[in-house]
Design a protein around this ligand. Sequence first.
Ligand SMILES: [Zn+2]
Length: 109
Amino acid sequence: MEKLILAVQLARDAVSLFKTLLKDTVPNSTQKEIVEKKFQEAERNFQIAEAEAAQNLGYSICRCTWPPQIMLDTSKEEKEAIFVCPKCKKTEKIVGLIDDDQIDYLRQR
Ligand SMILES: [Zn+2]
């Protein structure tokens, strides 16, 4: 699942680079607008896929934006996670609901 997240992030970065390249090098036209819209759709779908993958790994999701924000664990305690939204700073405490492998994975991030 971590590999999936990495793949999604790389694809999103690639789309972002193509978007910049398109904006800076191609003169305005209807075709350019169509391609830009497709890139925006792709970026949005990558964000949704990333949030879904993170949720499968035990991360909490904050719904303050769409696509949703991935909340990161800030707890220093064993067997608990305190997830914080990077955008709105909302917190969510989870005790004993995640297994040791998930806690280890979260600690490495
Ligand atoms: Zn939030």
